[in-house]
Design a protein around this ligand. Structure first.
Ligand SMILES: NC(=O)c1ccc[n+]([C@@H]2O[C@H](COP(=O)([O-])OP(=O)(O)OC[C@H]3O[C@@H](n4cnc5c(N)ncnc54)[C@H](O)[C@@H]3O)[C@@H](O)[C@H]2O)c1
Length: 350
């Protein structure tokens, strides 16, 4: 087993580790020689993802199917193991659902975090990395977006991220806990093995799973919301980042806080993006290259709350975390297509 940094991180608890991003992070943690414990209630994931993580890494993950809101059961995990750091991904993430069910989002995302932080305080766990989002920048006045931009969410999901960032900042200022806030831009792609990837329940909320389901013939066409934005071709522009690059960013973040050992910034935010934007049409064209056939799409009205253009300035993460997104858009498409064709029903076997 390896130990990360002078802060001696060897065992990492990953909340939401069975999910799309979490499963890719587990692979990177195991590859880095760390011990991995996952707590997930499987509300939006499958334990099969963790079986596949073990297959890729050739190492085991300790899994607890627990809802993070269940304080007594979460406490038993902290009583049983010495945890050195937490990567906190567990949460609900659909912008649309959060508008319809705001209380469910506040209850699940915020209360889970409060339970977790109480455990960190009680069991003297010093380090936490939180999955935040570019959504905390709302509709940025200009691009690329730096960490200094004003924070302003435009929907309940985004507000849970903002509120959790604030809570974590307060906790970092008042306790032994060091915090890294990772603001993800648009994670896509899948592990190159084709064994793990994004497996949405029901209708996908994000572009890529939708495009790949159309490419598979499982859906008729891609609906593009808005063709009259002031962008290169009128469609929305986003910073798509390969999920494996994103996962590697978490290892660098852990390394950073392990080296800090309580010195330096107690709560630091980093953008994890490529620094480049691609329009919806560019993504569809790149996907056509990967799958070898045309993808039908239709441009419809803009969706309320959507923004024209958002991409990161990732310089801070490049410099301070010594991390850089490396994979190209064609690689992201190729890996998504491999995952989709090998697993047309996601993790379901029937
Ligand atoms: N995918 C994206 O585009 C994106 C972008 C920015 C930020 N994020 C954030 O990254 C994190 C991971 O996203 P993802 O795409 O892997 O989503 P996901 O739904 O695949 O993973 C989240 C996991 O958390 C679990 N979970 C939810 N509530 C829980 C609870 N109360 N207790 C225990 N487990 C619970 C789910 O079962 C799921 O496995 C989320 O916090 C999300 O908001 C995602």
């Amino acid at each position: 087993m390896r130990i990360l940094g002078r802060g001696r991180i060897k065992t990492v608890l990953v909340t939401g580790g069975a999910g799309y991003i979490g499963s890719h992070i587990c692979v990177e943690l195991l590859d880095a020689g760390l011990e991995v414990i996952v707590v997930d209630n499987l509300s939006n994931s499958s334990q099969e993802a963790l079986n596949r993580v073990e297959k890729i890494a050739g190492k085991t993950v300790l899994f607890y199917q627990i809802d993070l809101q269940d304080k007594a059961r979460v406490k038993t995990v902290f009583e049983t193991h010495t945890i050195d750091a937490v990567i906190h991904l567990a949460g609900l993430k659909s912008v649309g659902d959060s508008g319809r069910l705001p209380l469910k989002y506040y209850q699940n995302n915020i209360y889970s975090t409060l339970v977790l932080l109480e455990m960190l305080e009680q069991f003297s766990v010093k380090n936490i990395v939180f999955s935040s989002s570019a959504t905390v920048y709302g509709d940025p006045a200009t691009v690329p977006v730096t960490e200094q931009f004003p924070l302003r969410a435009t929907n309940p999901y985004g507000r849970t991220k903002l509120m959790i960032e604030e809570i974590l900042r307060d906790v970092a200022n008042s306790s032994h806990i060091q915090v890294v806030l990772l603001r993800y831009f648009n994670p896509i792609g899948a592990h190159e093995s084709g064994l793990i990837g994004e497996a949405p329940n029901g209708s996908p909320n994000n572009l890529l799973p939708y495009v790949s389901q159309v490419a598979m013939g499982q859906r008729d066409k891609v609906l593009i919301f808005g063709g009259d934005y002031p962008t290169i071709d009128g469609t929305g522009v986003r910073d798509y980042i390969h999920v494996v690059d994103l996962a590697k960013g978490h290892i660098r973040a852990l390394q950073k806080i392990a080296e800090n050992e309580g010195k330096g910034e107690r709560c630091q935010a980093y953008n994890l993006g490529t620094g480049h934007g691609h329009s919806v049409i560019e993504v569809i064209n790149a996907f056509e290259e990967a799958c070898g056939h045309k993808i039908t799409y239709k441009i419809v009205d803009r969706r309320s709350g959507d923004i024209a253009e958002c991409y990161a300035n990732p310089n801070l993460a490049n410099q301070k975390l010594n991390w850089r997104a490396e994979k190209t858009l064609p690689e992201m498409m190729k890996d998504t297509w491999r995952w989709q064709t090998k697993n047309p029903k996601g993790y379901k076997s029937d």
